[in-house]
Design a protein around this ligand. Structure first.
Ligand code: C5P
Length: 221
């Protein structure tokens, strides 16, 4: 298992970050959250007052980004030029802007290259939108984690607003449905690519979802 790469993709609210962390911890592997990298570029660009529509400038920022990202599945550490941004990248301001950065092909080229360096070293669970197809298409274990839209909306509403009532669900719709639609223009994570196993977590608890992924790891290694 020491050099194993587990690739996990899925839409927002599918629970993939939590599941990927738990799988990595269970297997003693490292964990790479690629969404956090797109969020970090977005934070940095907004911090510097760069217009996100200026694709060349934003791509240049991505190439210059001095990002330090911990790979421990139990604790998230993320800093840019020594400034801790682990909390700052989770704000709705960043969630609302991140697709504009993620659809920048220059940014993707840079971040995919960094992610592939981690994949080459091995011993890691990598999670995102294009991991099973672009970053690590040769990974022995590739999983698409899905859940019904309604389930994803209520999970995200609970996470962000502490409630899954109708108002909270409506408030997260833009963050989930619109973001997935935008992200889908550059990464295909709505359907499983050839050879990718689908785990639908709509009717599963977190523990059951983790167990389903661990079972796939066992079957494929
Ligand atoms: O997973 P998370 O919600 O943190 O991802 C934030 C954003 O980063 C996504 O909405 C998407 O725009 C982008 N992303 C991506 N490719 C990945 C991971 C994330 O485009 N592999």
């Amino acid at each position: 298992l020491a050099h194993l790469v587990v690739a996990i993709d899925g839409p927002s609210g599918s629970g993939k970050s939590t599941v990927a962390r738990r799988v990595a911890a269970a297997l003693g592997l490292r964990y790479l959250d690629t969404g956090a990298m797109y969020r970090a570029v977005t934070w940095w660009a907004l911090e510097r007052g760069v217009d996100l529509a200026d694709t060349e400038r934003v791509a240049q920022l991505a190439r210059e980004l001095r990002l330090e990202q911990g790979l421990d599945p139990e604790i998230e550490t993320l800093s840019v030029d020594g400034a801790d941004i682990a909390a700052a990248i989770r704000t709705s301001r960043i969630s609302a802007a991140v697709s504009a950065v993620a659809t920048n092909l220059g940014v993707r080229a840079e971040l995919v290259a960094r992610q592939q360096a981690v994949a080459r070293a091995g011993g890691v669970v990598i999670e995102g939108r294009d991991i099973t197809t672009v970053v690590a298409p040769d990974a022995p274990v590739r999983v698409l984690l899905t859940a019904d839209e309604q389930v994803r909306l209520s999970r995200r509403a609970l996470e962000v607003h502490g409630s899954a009532d109708a108002d909270a669900v409506d408030a997260t719709r833009d963050q989930v449905v619109r973001r997935d639609a935008d992200d889908s223009t550059v990464a295909s994570f709505q359907q499983a690519a050839d050879g990718v196993d689908v785990v639908d977590s709509s009717l599963l608890s977190l523990d059951e979802t983790v167990a389903a992924v661990l079972k796939l790891v066992e079957a494929r290694t």
